[in-house]
Design a protein around this ligand. Structure first.
Ligand code: GRF
Length: 215
């Protein structure tokens, strides 16, 4: 039997999605974790698990463009089957996006196309939304853009504040992201042009798990 495909996870912060991806890894394995922040708590956690960690510091490059280029080179050197953004707080340049066609994923804490960018929970509350959630998508060149793969919704409750809503959303992030990564790694979810194609098995699992996918 051949080894599971190796994914590289990019983080900038605490890494709770990274931890969920590791704990629920099936059909893939985390080969490396790359961060643009040497002090990212998720990087220390990964090192303790014995996962290869790479920190690409901003100070090492004279310009932001070269910094992003250095990150691209570091990620490419890990030869990933998939590149998985998990709280990675740099907007990637088109070069990066084009280097991993159909292999670059992001999770965003809103029901896209609602609320790309920051402060998604506060924005959903301000808008009076009755549901909120998380989206996993193939990465395009715009902010939180690209073909949508799957969404998990949560209710917005009357007493919610941004942090309670963030916590409820994070719980579903930790379920949907490992699920999507497994199926992209195993070929049950594929990018074809600008569209996403799902196997029959993935469709029925999504419906059983309550994840929304394109019809
Ligand atoms: C998550 O809410 C994710 O959706 C967003 O950034 C946050 C990262 O959290 N892209 P963590 O570092 O995975 O805990």
């Amino acid at each position: 039997m051949s080894a599971d495909p190796s994914i590289t996870v990019l983080i900038s912060g605490r890494g709770s999605n990274l931890i969920a991806l590791h704990e629920k890894a099936a059909g893939y394995r985390i080969g490396a974790v790359v961060s643009n922040r040497p002090d990212a708590p998720g990087l220390e956690w990964a090192a303790k698990q014995g996962i290869q960690t790479i920190s690409v510091e901003r100070e090492a490059s004279p310009t932001l463009a070269l910094h992003k280029q250095a990150i691209l080179e570091a990620v490419a050197a890990t030869k990933p089957a998939l590149v998985v953004l998990a709280g990675f707080m740099l907007i990637l340049q088109p070069d990066f996006v084009h280097a991993f066609p159909g292999k670059l994923l992001n999770i965003h804490p809103s029901l896209l196309p609602k609320y790309p960018g920051l402060d998604t929970h506060a924005r959903a509350l301000e808008a009076g939304d009755t549901e909120h959630g998380a989206s996993v998508h193939f990465v395009g060149t715009g902010l939180d853009s690209g073909p949508l793969i799957a969404q998990a919704a949560v209710p917005v409750l009357p007493k919610d504040d941004p942090s309670s809503l963030a916590a409820r959303t994070l719980e579903v992030e930790h379920k949907i992201y490992p699920w999507v990564v497994r199926h992209v790694a195993q070929g049950g979810i594929q990018l074809e042009g600008e569209g996403v194609v799902y196997s029959g098995g993935v469709r029925s699992e999504a419906s059983r798990l309550g994840f929304r996918i394109a019809q």
